[in-house]
Each structure stands twice: as structure tokens, then as C-alpha cells.
Design a protein around this ligand. Structure first.
Ligand code: SF4
Ligand code: SF4
Length: 331
């Protein structure tokens, strides 16, 4: 299904979606960053610009998530799903890939019910085409999102990639297929980044990166944990209980593999007991361990960790350094 929306059509589509979903749309913050926030029909949409500041996957796997309540008699109550499912609008290719990665991780047996309470029934709307500095001309498909909007100058080509998406689009005018083909031809993709990750991954898989390298990278880490907090595919968490009189609330909270306590056991033993081991793990997990387990990188090249890391050792920076030091032509 291919439709064409002008600005009034887009507003109508968003209004329709917000009737059935808790719709989140990109908005510009006072500091110039873009963020997904609740749709009111009044706030200005920010449809082009930098990557969304906060990773969209956090709507399904938030920083703090209540798992259950336990009362003094031992009865357990699990939070119920919200009345309306979420709809996330304006996601780019990397945002969607991050959600797809977490979907597979949290849906694998034993399925994670806290994640699925937020994720099941949710609607994902991708935004590709001429959408600002992060123009994305890759084609999305059924597994990526429910609706794909391809920005073309003053309008959007709209593709329904799921039955829910097609239903929402059914009353809009037909789109021009030749225009879509033209847009797809502009596909430059992220070949350079993928190539860099591929080379770095190969070095890790072949175990050609010495410990000394990780010690030097780790020396530059100030343990702020920003790289993990912004990463759409990071899924590590710890669990904490908070006593509120008769009820104990159990929640999970994002963890960070850069922190000393990350894998420390009750005995005090820590299998990742040095900064160098933890730094190696952050990169190795996404470029080697995930490849072995899932058949693809755990890094979707969203660029957030490189933008966030105050000392310049995000994923791309480290991959580049690794390839420069140990890549083709190096002993
Ligand atoms: S963002 Fe950079 S400095 Fe902060 S924990 Fe991650 S690697 Fe270390
Ligand atoms: S670029 Fe950084 S933040 Fe983005 S997916 Fe890769 S590791 Fe995570």
C-alpha cells in the first residue's frame, strides 16, 4: 500500500493514531535537541534534524521499571498494561533496528513480561527520506515498523508495512510509485560505518586486539555510564526493592558494564574486575558476542555513544582506533 500525505493529511493521521494510542512525536527542546514527547495536537512537530536525544527503545524498557509489588503476606501484584498501547512516530532506521534488537532479546525464552507489557500492541512509525542531517533512504519493511513515511519536500509517501498500519492509511490518497523509486535510488546508507564495524568485529573475533589496547582505552573512561544509558540495544539491568510500609516495590534499573559493581558477586569476586576488562566487554559484546549469538552486531550505528562520551571513546571512535592499530597491513 502506498499513499501520499500533505501536511493536513499528516495531522489527520496523527489525530487518528492518538485516538487509539499513547502517541509520542518528535519535538524540539529549548536546548536544540529533539525528543519524543506526548502528542497534544498543539506543540510543533520536529520532523527533521539530529537523531532523537533519548533512545526510543526506552519507552519499552525504561530506566526504572516497576516489576511487581509484594505485600507483607507474600501476595504478589504485577502492574497491568496501560489502557492504550504506545505509538512512536518519527523513528529513523537505527532507532527501529534498536527496537528490533531488543524485541528479539526480550522475546527469547523466557519472554520478558515487563518489556512485553509496554511493547505488545505498540505502533511504530518510521521516518525516512529527506528528514534532515540524518536523511535515511534505506527501505524499511514489515519487520521494521507499521508505517513508513518517506519525506519528499512538502509531502510524505506513506507505506503500510503491517495490517494495523494499512488500516490507518486506508482513506488517504494513492501515492506515486515513481517518486518512491526515485527516493530509493538516493540510498547511500551507512556503508562506511558498517564497514568500520565489520573490520573491528573481525579483529575481535580473531582475538587480535591485545590487553594493552583496552588498558589505554579504559584509562580515558571517567565512568559516567553515558554510553550505556543512551545505547538503544543495551539491555543490562539490576533489581532493587523499595519498602513502602505494607508493600515492597520491586523495580529494575538500567545497569552499566562500565561500572565496577557491574558483575561483582556477593562473595566480592568480580569476573570483570578491572576497567580494561569492562571496557573491552562493552565493545566486544556488541561486535563479537552478539554476532555469535544473534548473527548480527549489537550496535545499530545510531551514533549516540560517540556524541555522548565526554572523553571520545564511543563505539565508532574505538572501532576506528582498533582498525588503525591492528587492521589490514598491521602486524
Ligand atoms: S560515556 Fe565514555 S567516559 Fe562515560 S562511561 Fe562510557 S566510555 Fe566511559
Ligand atoms: S552507536 Fe553506540 S549507542 Fe548506538 S547502538 Fe552502537 S554502541 Fe549503542
Amino acid at each position: 500500500m502506498l499513499k501520499q500525505l500533505n501536511r493536513a493529511d499528516l495531522d489527520l493521521l496523527l489525530t487518528q493514531i492518538s485516538d487509539e494510542y499513547r502517541l509520542q512525536v518528535p519535538q524540539l527542546l529549548a536546548d536544540g535537541t529533539r525528543q519524543l514527547a506526548g502528542y497534544t495536537g498543539e506543540a510543533e512537530l520536529s520532523l527533521t534534524g539530529e537523531v532523537l536525544q533519548r533512545k526510543p527503545s526506552a519507552f519499552f524498557f525504561p530506566q526504572t521499571q516497576r516489576l511487581l509489588d509484594i505485600d507483607t503476606a507474600g501476595a504478589v501484584a504485577v502492574p497491568q498494561p496501560a489502557e492504550k498501547p504506545l505509538a512512536l512516530f518519527g523513528l529513523n532506521q537505527a532507532d527501529l533496528a534498536g527496537i528490533r534488537f531488543l524485541d528479539r532479546f526480550f522475546r527469547a525464552a523466557p519472554a520478558d513480561d515487563a518489556y512485553l507489557r509496554q511493547r505488545n500492541g505498540a505502533l511504530l512509525i518510521g521516518l525516512t527520506g529527506m528528514a534532515g542531517p540524518d536523511n535515511c533512504f534505506l527501505s524499511l519493511s514489515a519487520g521494521d515498523c507499521d508505517i513508513e513515511l518517506v519525506a519528499v519536500k512538502e509531502s510524505w509517501l506513506a507505506l503500510g508495512h503491517s495490517s494495523d498500519g494499512e488500516k490507518l492509511l486506508q482513506n488517504f490518497p494513492e501515492g506515486d510509485k515513481t517518486q518512491l523509486v526515485r527516493m530509493r535510488h538516493l540510498n547511500e546508507g551507512t556503508a562506511a560505518e558498517s564497514d568500520l564495524l565489520q573490520q573491528a568485529s573481525q579483529l575481535l573475533i580473531e582475538d587480535r586486539v591485545p590487553d594493552q589496547f583496552w588498558m589505554e582505552i579504559a584509562d580515558r573512561c571517567i565512568l559516567c555510564s553515558g554510553c550505556n544509558l543512551v545505547c538503544p540495544t543495551c539491555s543490562c539491568f539490576c533489581v532493587q526493592d523499595r519498602n513502602r510500609g505494607e508493600i515492597t516495590e520491586r523495580s529494575r534499573v538500567w545497569d552499566s558494564c562500565q561500572l565496577d559493581a557491574f558483575m561483582r558477586e556477593a562473595s566480592g569476586h568480580n569476573p570483570l574486575g578491572t576497567d580494561a576488562l569492562r571496557t573491552r566487554r562493552r565493545i566486544h559484546h556488541k561486535l563479537a558476542a552478539d554476532v555469535e549469538r544473534w548473527g548480527e552486531f549489537g550496535c545499530v550505528a545510531c551514533g549516540r555513544c560517540d556524541r555522548t562520551c565526554p572523553t571520545g571513546i564511543g563505539m565508532m571512535a574505538v572501532a576506528e582506533e582498533m582498525v588503525k592499530c591492528f587492521g589490514p597491513g598491521k602486524p
